[in-house]
Design a protein around this ligand. Structure first.
Ligand SMILES: [Zn+2]
Length: 471
């Protein structure tokens, strides 16, 4: 693809050198010349993002002054108000879209320790999974049994599992270059482990944190219960403590764990998606959405997940304003509420979109951390993918030319139609799971320049889609 761009440049140069002849022969297609203009626009997005963007200070304000924003929490309410103020301040047409969200509270800090048959004992770091029930007030004390898969559990059967805490210890596969593939493989244990374990009479579930690194941060995340199956308490254990427990069990000793957590679910509560837009000058009823989720888990700051994504999305519109770009289509930023434990905001927006009389031609989500941009995953028709692949020539300069077919993002998933294109912004994935859903997802872990480059990258794509369309 690089050589194609060089060839175009050379052919443009030669056509100007021989301008007279060029006028008499078949002229270069107009889009070749546009590509050079486009490069200048994109250069300007990057320059402004790296020198004048508010993406980093706004993310800092939200993380440090409001903090984590679990759906239904007072911090989530504050984040809604803060976001609406930022959008209004940018001169966007701004509104809040009401949505009922689940309310889950962690309660007191969890406590857990182990004791082996040999007498060895110690504390372990756990975090209740989002949606989990509490343990009895004095804690749950039971032997643990280690499994790596549903098959392991089935082989052990009720006889070996009943009355125990099932310890799911599948490691994220380090061989995958793209870490989300490893996450995708393991996440079923966090989501459904408590249900599967309870089917065999287990009294609790401990899940190895979805983190490739060995460290002491437990990583929470959503889980489910099924009707008709006992709801047992479930928690994530840090990778370091998972290794300790596993090593002890490998010696053949019985290991008991005491875990105590006091989380609870309250009735649903009203919250909001926060929405701002620049109306299209030619086709206002055709919409390009760019967004992320405003809620986060209740630990750390929700900086990479997904404070980075929402602030990048907002600052895409800031960049359009800074260059006085008047989009042909409506460009709309959506801060979705409740991605983490319900996806209610994404569903609500999609429901509304169906009745709004508009066409959503494209939606882009940033929800993979504020790291160095690499490219985009595209969920759309073959022609849309081909068209984006052609843009690789212009995107390559910024290192964002990894355009591949793939999933877009959880919040925008419900917007899919036969005609439109959903796109996931893809930054480098190597460090994301060091932070994801843990105390380690804090503002100081976000690199200013990487965050800014992501903003410019998404702006570049919005600009190209607005200018050329995407079918
Ligand atoms: Zn997220």
């Amino acid at each position: 693809m690089k050589s194609r761009f060089l060839l175009l440049t050379i052919s443009l140069l030669s056509s100007s050198l021989f301008a007279q002849e060029a006028r008499n022969t078949k002229s270069e297609p107009a889009d070749h010349i546009d590509f050079l203009d486009d490069q200048q626009v994109l250069d300007e997005f990057y320059r402004l993002a790296l020198t004048e963007s508010n993406v980093y200070p706004w993310l800092g304000e939200m993380c440090l002054e409001i903090g984590p924003r679990l759906s239904g929490s007072p911090q989530a309410d504050s984040a809604v108000e803060y976001s609406a103020r930022l959008m209004e301040g940018l001169g966007l047409k701004t509104w809040k879209q009401s949505v009922m969200v689940p309310v889950w509270q962690r309660g007191e800090k969890e406590i857990a320790f182990y004791r082996a048959e040999s007498g060895e004992s110690g504390q372990i770091n756990i975090l209740a999974l989002g949606g989990s029930v509490a343990t009895p007030k004095d804690g749950l004390f039971a032997p643990i049994i280690e499994v790596e898969s549903w098959e392991d559990l089935e082989k052990l059967g009720r006889e070996k599992v009943e009355g125990k805490i099932v310890f799911f210890n599948e490691k994220m596969n380090p061989e995958n270059l793209y870490t989300f593939h490893s996450y995708g493989h393991c996440v079923k244990h966090r989501w459904g482990g408590a249900v599967e374990a309870a089917k065999y009479g287990a009294v609790g579930a401990l899940v190895r944190s979805l983190n490739m690194r060995i460290d002491d941060f437990p990583h929470t995340g959503s889980m489910k219960y099924d009707e008709g199956i006992d709801s047992i308490p479930a928690a994530a254990v840090s990778t370091e403590d998972a290794e300790t427990l596993s090593a002890m069990l490998a010696k053949g000793e019985e290991v008991k764990v005491m875990m105590r957590q006091s989380c609870r679910t309250l009735p649903d509560k009203e919250s909001f998606n926060v929405i701002g837009e620049i109306k299209g000058s030619e086709r206002p009823e055709e919409v390009i959405v760019v967004g992320g989720h405003l809620d986060s888990w209740d630990v750390g700051h929700g900086a990479h997940d997904d404070g980075a994504g929402v602030m990048q999305s907002l600052c895409v519109l800031e960049l359009l304003k800074k260059i006085d770009y008047q989009p042909k289509h409506t460009v709309r930023v959506v801060f979705f509420m409740n991605e983490e434990n319900g996806l209610r905001g994404g569903k609500k927006y999609a429901e509304w979109a169906k009745t709004s009389g508009e066409t959503h031609i494209a939606a882009i989500e940033s929800d993979r951390g504020g790291f160095t941009p690499r490219g985009f995953h595209v969920d759309g028709s073959e022609t849309a993918l081909e068209q984006m692949l052609e843009w690789e020539t212009i995107l390559e300069k910024y290192g964002i030319h990894q355009v591949e077919e793939g999933g877009s993002g959880a919040d925008i998933g419900s917007l899919k139609t036969e005609e439109n294109v959903l796109i996931g912004f893809v930054p480098d994935s190597q460090r994301y799971f060091d932070h994801h859903h843990s105390e380690n997802d804090t503002f100081d872990q976000v690199n200013k320049r990487e965050l800014e480059l992501g903003t410019a990258s998404i702006a570049a794509l919005v600009y190209l889609i607005d200018k050329y369309g995407l079918k």
